[in-house]
Design a protein around this ligand. Structure first.
Ligand code: AHR
Length: 323
């Protein structure tokens, strides 16, 4: 009888401890009240149509998966993202996910997360670190391949000489570095294609417009704009029109993303080719988070599947485009 009472008491105590977050498992550490997983998500910002769609996907998927989401917008500043990650560590979330603004400078804060035994998932963008134990997995696109696809279209659809101006994404960001690298590797085979000017437009429409205005003044002969995202390409379109030229005809435009506004401009003939970059990473991210928190094995790298669109393909795809 005494043994039965002791066992029952122990069971009650254990249940109480687990409910208070005192159990040894990672799950439930965030809110301390039940088994709900808490995810701290440090977003880059709201710089583009892609980012808006990505944020929506993460928020909706967390809700659908029953994951409590703590969300922060870093306004494209690394120091804000580091602050957000530190605050998630303090709050003892179960898992941290983030899309790094830039590639380098993350080791210190990720070591802090590791010491606090909080797993980290990289989503959308990678980091440049020798220590791959700092994160569990990286879910996102192959940005080098995206740059290659853009370059391939150019080599196959133009006769030389071709003067290209490049609107780069945020300096130091993985998609800016990789999309440049992939594009350059692909056009190498054509000595008559030259990048005559290249500058960052910070992945924003206003940045793309401003840089393109300057390019139009400094470069007498522009044949092609290669923009690292749709938003900068759309900004360039405004600048080209203001300069009295016809985008898509007088100056050809290649972009990356394939968000609705970009696809509309492509279908209207103002952009010539778009390489898709899929922002709907939310469902896969939540699946990975559940596995990581449960201590299950996950692949080191999960690559997003993507396609490309020319003007005719854009007309067909546009009515069903979700973002
Ligand atoms: O990291 C993905 C890139 O970031 C998208 O191509 C761009 O639009 C965004 O700002």
């Amino acid at each position: 009888m005494r043994k039965t009472i002791t066992t029952a008491l122990a069971a009650v105590l254990l249940a109480a401890l687990t409910a208070c977050g005192g159990g040894s498992g990672g799950s439930g550490a965030g809110n301390g009240t039940d088994d709900t997983i808490t995810m701290g998500f440090a977003q880059v910002g709201a710089e583009s149509g892609w980012r808006t769609a990505n944020t929506k996907s993460v928020q909706e998927s967390a809700k659908a998966a029953g994951i409590e989401l703590k969300f922060s917008d870093a306004q494209q500043k690394q120091e804000n993202q580091i602050k957000a990650i530190r605050s998630y560590i303090q709050q003892k979330v179960d898992v941290i996910a983030f899309s790094p603004v830039v590639e380098t400078g993350w080791d210190t804060v990720l070591l802090e997360a590791q010491r606090a035994k909080i797993p980290v998932i990289l989503t959308d963008r990678a980091i440049d670190s020798d220590d791959t134990s700092l994160y569990e997995t990286f879910l996102g696109s192959d940005f080098i391949d995206e740059g290659k696809k853009a370059g391939k279209w150019l080599t196959e659809n133009t006769d030389g000489p071709v003067n290209v101006v490049e609107l780069q994404g945020t300096t130091g960001a993985a998609p800016a570095i990789d999309r440049k690298e992939g594009f350059e590797a692909e056009i190498k085979s054509r000595s008559d294609i030259k990048i005559v000017a290249s500058q960052t437009g910070d992945f924003t429409r206003s940045g793309g417009k401003q840089v393109m205005e300057a390019f139009l003044k400094s470069q007498p002969d522009i044949d092609v704009v290669y923009a690292h995202n749709d938003d900068m390409g759309l900004g360039a379109i405004e600048a080209i029109k203001a300069a009295g030229k016809k985008p898509g005809t007088d100056i050809k435009i290649i972009t990356v993303d394939a968000v609705k506004d970009g696809m509309t401009a492509l279908a209207n003939g103002e952009i010539n080719f778009i390489v898709e970059c899929n922002p709907l990473l939310g469902p896969q991210l939540m699946d990975l988070a559940k596995k990581v928190v449960a201590g299950e094995e996950v692949p080191e790298r999960v690559v997003t599947e993507e396609t490309t669109f020319d003007q005719e393909q854009a007309k067909t795809a546009l009515p069903d485009r979700k973002y």
